[in-house]
Design a protein around this ligand. Structure first.
Ligand SMILES: *[C@@H]1O[C@H](CO)[C@@H](O)[C@H](O)[C@H]1NC(C)=O
Ligand SMILES: *[C@@H]1O[C@H](CO)[C@@H](O)[C@H](O)[C@H]1NC(C)=O
Ligand SMILES: *[C@@H]1O[C@H](CO)[C@@H](O)[C@H](O)[C@H]1NC(C)=O
Ligand SMILES: *[C@@H]1O[C@H](CO)[C@@H](O)[C@H](O)[C@H]1NC(C)=O
Ligand SMILES: *[C@@H]1O[C@H](CO)[C@@H](O)[C@H](O)[C@H]1NC(C)=O
Ligand SMILES: *[C@@H]1O[C@H](CO)[C@@H](O)[C@H](O)[C@H]1NC(C)=O
Length: 559
């Protein structure tokens, strides 16, 4: 849902593990009366019906090969084996239990099949938690906020996920400079044109009340100050305490109102006091929740996904804007590549006009194509019966680029497929609200996979770490494209060797609980900050702590 579109994108790309949170654009299809939609729905219904029927009648048959990595495998077979949910009519009532605690439920409804257990371990089991639990409580030294010295107005920038992390940082800034925070304005001017206000997306009352001991938050600037002279400022990127305590707070001597004109990456990832880091987490993971109607619709989507069994949420960043921006043209037609080139040329705030798509791809900087994601998931062992939720806007080229992924994984779902037009109608013209639904389904998924590590992928991964949700798989794009090229050249075929290689490459790319990575050595200046792992994608150790005795209670505690 996010992409780099600001002037710093060149530098952004230089840093290998770039942590520069780019501006975010969410581009979603306007729902127009589509005569094919009904047909499509009908087809899906038929396919689902067939799948269920197959299950009911052939459910004793088990695939004869234990290898689920071969794509030549008949898709049909898997329907008979991998749909525990359909065997269990009570499943709908158990949706509250985290999926991995429901293992017994799945297993009990199965034949006495140890293979299923080992598949479960291999494919769905969350990474070991080692007794880590959220720890966001303030230290004993933390006080309620002192008297306010003035007001902080905030204009957020970017798409949903960039705005979210920006809001969390601004809460902290208000705390540091002893300001009263006015409910942030959301970015409405970017070309995805979402006019949602804060309270359309977030639960404003909950936000204010949850942070009552941390920062004073008000809905509107007091009337007598509306026309006061304001200090309008773009805070320096990746700043630490000093900057805000000294440079910014000194402005109170002259102004009653400070207005922050940008919110992305205004606060350093590291080297901040413990209580400041914990406040970031309390804000982002607890206080800043979506508005009740979004939460409710999100929950419905999650339940509908779970009715298919454990599911993957795939953040498939293969939308037009992303491709145009990145300059990546692999597997596109000449006409498509040309269309994207023209968009890139004409978009003034994208500084990078000339991209060598082959070099870009070989450096691992391109989003994976839907086809590539399909090969990847197959190699990891996910059977073709795996339900996949596509968390994305309109996929570039539509079905023409989705066909190969769909032929591997027929159960490709999305908001539009899981909900009726009427159900989605209140959200569908608001790109950020649609993105919020994707966010919820992604955080709650059994396995989260992205095709490009943008803002959304990072935010979801961090939130899942915090909540001890399942694994978040981060493809090693550089190594993968190398293997994909071998496949294309016929130097390799899909099968157990490729599968083993890909599994090995991703042992440590599953959203494991580990300390946040610092800057890449040798990087300097802002690139140094960009190369750090982002705070919100891994709030460990600040907000996730190891308890003396490992418990299995993590998910209860945080829920
Ligand atoms: C069923 O599973 C149990 C434990 O996993 C095993 O001891 C037992 O032999 C299995 N029974 C059959 C019939 O396979
Ligand atoms: C609390 O404040 C005291 C005195 O300023 C200091 O010595 C101590 O380290 C602080 N404790 C924490 C947890 O920050
Ligand atoms: C904020 O208020 C506290 C308590 O009065 C004070 O110690 C601190 O110096 C203030 N910070 C700034 C930046 O004004
Ligand atoms: C957002 O708030 C503004 C000002 O209060 C209002 O004019 C506008 O209609 C609101 N937008 C939406 C989508 O409700
Ligand atoms: C897998 O790799 C081994 C050793 O590199 C080779 O001998 C074998 O033929 C390969 N198997 C397949 C199916 O490609
Ligand atoms: C886990 O939670 C249960 C109830 O939710 C509690 O009785 C038990 O003591 C907890 N276990 C540990 C080790 O904290």
């Amino acid at each position: 849902m996010c992409y780099c579109s600001d002037g710093r994108s060149n530098e952004h790309r230089k840093a290998a593990n770039s942590a520069q949170p780019p501006l975010t654009v969410i581009q979603l299809p306007r729902r127009v009366a589509d005569p094919f939609a009904i047909l499509r729905r009908l087809l899906i219904a038929t396919v689902s019906f067939l799948a269920v029927t197959t299950l009911l009648f052939v459910h004793v048959q088990v695939p004869s090969s234990s290898s689920s990595s071969s794509s030549s495998h008949s898709h049909r077979n898997y329907f008979t084996d991998k749909f525990p949910a359909f065997h269990d009519p009570q499943r709908w009532t158990r949706e509250q239990a985290p999926p991995y605690l429901s293992k017994a439920t799945f297993a009990a409804s199965k034949l006495n099949d140890s293979r299923w257990d080992s598949d479960y371990e291999k494919l769905w089991k969350p990474p070991p938690n080692h007794g880590f639990l959220p720890c966001t409580k303030p230290t004993p030294n933390y006080t309620t906020y002192p008297e306010s010295r003035g007001y902080l107005l905030v204009h957020t920038n970017g798409g949903l996920n960039q705005m979210r992390t920006g809001i969390c940082d601004m809460v902290v800034v208000a705390r540091i400079i002893n300001a009263t925070l006015v409910i942030p304005e959301l970015d409405k001017k970017s070309f995805w044109q979402d006019n949602s206000n804060f309270s359309d997306i977030f639960d404003e009352e909950w936000f204010i009340n949850s942070l009552a001991n941390d920062v004073k938050i008000i809905n509107k600037l007091p009337k007598n100050l509306v026309h006061a002279t304001k200090m309008v400022i773009q805070f320096k990127s990746w700043s630490t305490m000093d900057y805000y305590e000294n440079e910014i707070a000194s402005m109170w001597d002259f102004y009653k109102v400070i207005r922050a004109s940008k919110t992305d990456s205004r606060l350093a990832n590291n080297k901040l006091p413990s209580d400041i880091q914990k406040l970031r987490c309390r804000t982002c993971f607890e206080a800043l929740r979506f508005s009740p109607r979004i939460e409710q619709m999100g929950k419905i989507l999650v339940e509908r996904m779970r009715s298919f069994g454990p599911y993957i949420a795939l953040h498939l960043r293969y939308e037009k804007d992303m491709l145009a921006f990145s300059g990546c043209t692999h597997d596109l037609s000449t006409a498509e590549a040309e269309e994207l080139r023209i968009i890139r040329e004409r978009t003034a705030y994208w500084k990078r006009k000339h991209v060598d798509p082959i070099e870009e791809r070989s450096k691992g900087l391109c989003p994976l194509t839907p086809k590539e994601v399909g090969i990847f998931l197959t190699a990891l062992g996910y059977p073709s019966s795996t339900p996949i939720y596509i968390a994305a806007g309109e996929i570039y080229g539509g079905e023409s680029h989705m066909a190969e992924l769909r032929s591997r994984y027929p159960l490709l779902m999305s908001k539009e497929k899981l909900a009726s037009v009427e159900e989605l109608e209140p959200f569908s013209i608001h790109a950020s609200q649609m993105a919020a639904l994707d966010y919820i389904v992604s955080v709650e998924s059994d396995v989260f996979v992205h095709s490009y590590p943008g803002n959304m992928a990072r935010a979801v991964e961090g939130h899942r770490r915090f909540l001890s949700r399942g694994r978040s798989i981060s493809p090693d794009r550089k190594a993968l494209v190398h293997l994909f090229d071998k496949l294309a050249n016929g130097k390799m075929t899909e099968g157990i060797n490729l599968s083993n290689k890909i599994i090995d490459l991703h042992q440590k790319r599953q959203g494991l609980l580990r300390k946040r990575k610092g800057p890449i050595s040798g990087t300097k200046g802002l690139d140094r900050f960009r190369s750090e792992e982002a705070f919100y994608s891994n709030p460990l150790p600040d907000c996730i702590c190891q308890t003396p005795t490992p418990t299995a209670n993590a998910s209860h505690v945080v829920r």
